[in-house]
Ligand binder design. Sequence first.
Ligand code: ZN
Length: 440
Amino acid sequence: MSSRPARFDRGHTDDLMSFLTAGPSPYHAVAAAAERLEKAGFRQVLETDAWDAATSPAAASGTGGRYVLRGGAIIAWYVPEGAQAHTPFRIVGAHTDSPNLRVKPLPDTGSYGWRQIAVEVYGGTLLNTWLDRDLGLAGRLSLRDGSHRLVNVDRPLLRVPQLAVHLDRSVNTDGLKLDRQRHMQPIWGLGDVEEGDLIRFLEQEAGIDEGEVTGWDLMVHAIEAPAYLGRDRELLAGPRMDNLISVHAGTAALAAVAAADGDLPFIPVLAAFDHEENGSQSDTGADGPLLGSVLERTVFARGGTFEDRARAFAGTICLSSDTGHAVHPNYGERHDPTHHPRANGGPILKVNVNQRYATDGSGRAVFAAACEKAGVPWQTFVSNNAMPCGTTIGPITAARHGIQTVDIGVAILSMHSARELCGADDPYLLANALVSFLTV
Ligand code: ZN
């Protein structure tokens, strides 16, 4: 049996696999990021507290690591010794959400003796990838007293059954046609439909008294664990790689920079937003005020003025990290003829002159310098002119805050599938590039 040469640190990828499993919803993903940051000495700051040193025990004005959690978003930063009010930021941006199926307000439904859960389609998911998989259910429960609890049923609970080929004779020649309303409702048992059944079940799962849950944000996830794949185990298969690879790498990089406690001329930041998959317009999305509000408050907490805030933002750079498309062996013609990102070829720089990506030549030079310093190979991605280009939080961050932004990421296959695929080395290479960016 051949074993894979130990070219890169498997520890990072092993930890990523735990992170993917721990993050079936954006709420779980930010909790997993916060747990890692706490271990690295970061402390949570509440947005509702005063942030000046005199009044807040959290002392957001002081040196060290802090983070803010809001719903499925996290903003974390590390203030080095000697930071001034006008010290600029170096930001790693990412998003915590992934396309999936989400529970409707009246979830209990069914037909012909099957109990089903009513779901909406979230983001641009590949619908067919949810068929015939063992699915779990996870998310946030909101209680009568105003508190929230996370719930994660991480065992086979649901299934969206595909129609048998005998009843759909042309499926293999004409393709699978799925109606988002009629064909995507998972089954979860047998018997009569009972109103309130799902929420009562989840109250039991979470150890909450019956009737206490009055709100919920719940979503379906594929429960199969991430796995190394391939002849030499050089690939990684798993859920939510778009974009928990970046959230994980950004968290690891920020923790590493804090541990090194170097003399930095900027304040390293991780900004991981929710709702990227449907356009980022929410109070926890990149098109909301969250990042700007947090960064401004850190400036003012250090005694800064509006002038200091303007100076800090003008000197700030953001690396917006999100997944991109690796060249597909069976569909090479869909890619640009000369730009072919490869798995394990290192992180990709994403370019689109129409500003679907925020990268320009100056940003390219910033990324090139970070990779060069880290000894990390990197590649470029640009769309085939005949294909519409995707987008991400990069252009939004650039436009909303006036911050120089560079779009980068990891090249994967099967983007927006319930189970995606990447090179097993690329997440580690990305993390190394991010550490370099946050310390250059
Ligand atoms: Zn993404």
